[in-house]
Design a protein around this ligand. Structure first.
Ligand code: AMP
Length: 355
């Protein structure tokens, strides 16, 4: 247990790291951000930071000496970095959660091994394997990079009319994962926190709308049957337990027209689809992460309001003034100076109080 007054080390300096730090402060913790980018959003709100690459052992060693517990805000932190740090200070969630979540094949193998349904998939390393996998999975599929894919980067829709030789040539990675295309009714996600003693706190499933593969809007709660919501929550808890995770786990899922729930992706960290919890829940996902990794009791994940969270992407951020015209809108800007297309600049949550 790390009592208030301790220092939390955060790997990654984006908006998620920034909001972890902002949630840690009222509980009496300090944060130290480690990130290769100098003027990153998290560094603007933390007194201490390190600017170094993730493989800089000297800088990592020094960082470990200055903090009491370490967490991360993105799952593509190199596993070697997490392991190096874990020999020095507790890293929560541990390196195993990273190893699984940063490799789409390992992730799906793991999910299948614990009885969790996913879209059909095959690992592919070449055009011939791609052809074979398509025969097994069916003609409509998505080819994704195994590693380092996010917000739709490194993804290619495969349709029957496509020339597979050209498709494979255009695919930049050496190995891929071919997934059967899921005709989903909606996309949902569930965030679960797991404490040091194994206690769990689960947020209700929310519904996610994407625009060009980037999350655009989250509706809380998701418009699914109560039975589907309960099943999705139970799946998220099951995965967190099987990972023996301490911290937060976000589980992205597809709900089919037959009300089947298939897991798409895992993220062992705060998630964009959980930003609504900042304003609509008794305990936000960020506070919950701080409580979990410091060994404090978890807070209530219940909501006092329903909510609609809209990401402000690229130039959308310029409309911040209009967003504030609604007195029940809560605006969050990340302190980024350049609004390039596709860049998440902030978000706004509209609250709908529950009677
Ligand atoms: P991902 O990077 O895996 O989260 O994918 C980004 C988005 O692409 C998802 O949120 C879905 O909208 C879509 N997508 C990914 N995989 C599939 C699939 N197997 N079937 C249908 N849509 C998918």
């Amino acid at each position: 247990m790390i009592p208030p007054g301790g220092t939390i080390g955060i790997l990654g300096g984006g908006q998620l790291g920034r909001t972890i730090a902002l949630a840690a402060a009222p509980l009496g913790y300090r944060c130290h951000v480690f990130c290769p980018v100098r003027a990153s959003p998290a560094k603007l709100v933390t007194p201490r930071s390190t600017t170094a690459k993730y493989d800089n052992k000297l800088a990592l060693d020094k960082f470990a000496k200055l903090v009491d517990v370490i967490t991360f805000e993105f799952e593509n932190v190199p596993v070697d970095t997490a392991e190096f740090l874990a020999e020095r200070k507790p890293v929560r969630p541990g390196p195993q959660a990273l190893r699984i979540s940063q490799d789409r094949v390992k992730e799906k193998d793991f999910l299948r091994s614990i009885g969790v349904a996913t879209a059909p998939y095959r690992a592919v390393a070449g055009e011939a394997e791609l052809r074979r996998a398509l025969q097994e999975i069916g003609p409509r599929a998505i080819l994704k990079t195994v590693r380092m894919g996010y917000d739709g980067k490194g993804q290619m829709a495969i349709r029957p009319e496509l020339d597979l030789a050209v498709a494979w040539r255009n695919f930049t990675a050496e190995t891929g994962i071919l997934e059967g295309f899921v005709e989903f009714a909606c996309e949902i996600s569930v965030i679960v926190a797991r404490g040091l003693g194994g206690g769990l706190a689960t947020y209700i499933p929310v519904e996610n709308k994407h625009d060009h593969y980037i999350l655009d809007t989250t509706l809380a709660p998701a418009r699914v049957k109560p039975e589907v919501a309960m099943r999705a929550e139970a799946m998220a808890r099951h995965i967190a337990e099987k990972l023996d995770l301490v911290g937060l786990l976000a589980v992205e899922m597809f709900v089919t027209h037959e009300n089947e729930v298939l897991v798409n992706e895992l993220a062992p960290r705060p998630h964009n689809s959980g930003h609504w919890t900042l304003d609509a829940c008794y305990t936000s996902q960020f506070e919950q992460l701080v409580r979990a990794i410091c060994g404090l009791p978890l807070g209530s994940p219940e909501r006092h309001s329903d909510a609609v969270m809209k990401n402000l992407i690229g130039a959308e951020v310029e409309k911040w003034r209009e967003q504030l015209a609604d007195p029940l809108a809560k605006l969050h800007l990340y302190g980024k100076t350049e609004a390039s297309p596709g860049r998440k600049m902030g978000h706004v949550t509209k609250l709908i109080p529950r009677r």
